[in-house]
Write a protein that binds this ligand. Structure first.
Ligand SMILES: [Zn+2]
Length: 155
């Protein structure tokens, strides 16, 4: 690692224990915050927004102290930021690196685009099956409406 990269990483405070999520597209940063329900956490969270990235131009970083996400919690961000990298940190050391992948089912995070779907008319959680993980195609379990990646609307 060159000195410059190291200094850049230090722009965001070092984490003693917790999860660092790197390579978040800047335009998706606050959607990721919302999908991970970070506003409900009580531990310190550092948000790095519009940081310089050689690969991406601008990127976002989240450092979440004392939080280790469950697979299905973290995998939902593959919907909007499939290229993120997760570092699990213990005692200032990266003990595990993870990538995210879409889960088979998405519960309560995507809106159904069918106006007559029961989920748009009753107070209930939406439920989608991921029918194509590469192209990101979802299918509503209630009305069978299929939603392509570009039409996905988060709740
Ligand atoms: Zn539906």
């Amino acid at each position: 690692m060159c000195v410059m990269t190291k200094n850049k990483e230090l722009q965001v405070a070092a984490l003693e224990n917790g999860t660092a999520i790197d390579h978040i597209p800047s335009e998706q940063l606050f959607n990721v915050v919302s999908l991970l329900e970070i506003e409900q956490l009580t531990t310190p969270v550092t948000i790095g927004y519009n940081l310089d990235s050689k690969k991406m131009g601008k990127k976002g970083i989240l450092k979440i102290a004392d939080k280790f996400f469950e697979e299905d919690e973290i995998n939902r961000i593959a919907l909007i930021a499939p290229q993120v990298k997760l570092n699990i940190i213990k005692d200032y050391e990266v003990v595990e690196k993870k990538l995210v992948s879409l889960p088979d089912e998405l519960l309560g995070i995507v809106k159904c685009n069918n106006p007559v779907c029961i989920t748009n008319n009753e107070p209930m959680k939406t439920r989608f099956k991921v029918i194509n993980k590469d192209a990101v195609t979802l299918k509503c379990q209630y009305c069978e409406m299929q939603i392509a990646k570009e039409d996905i609307e988060l709740l």
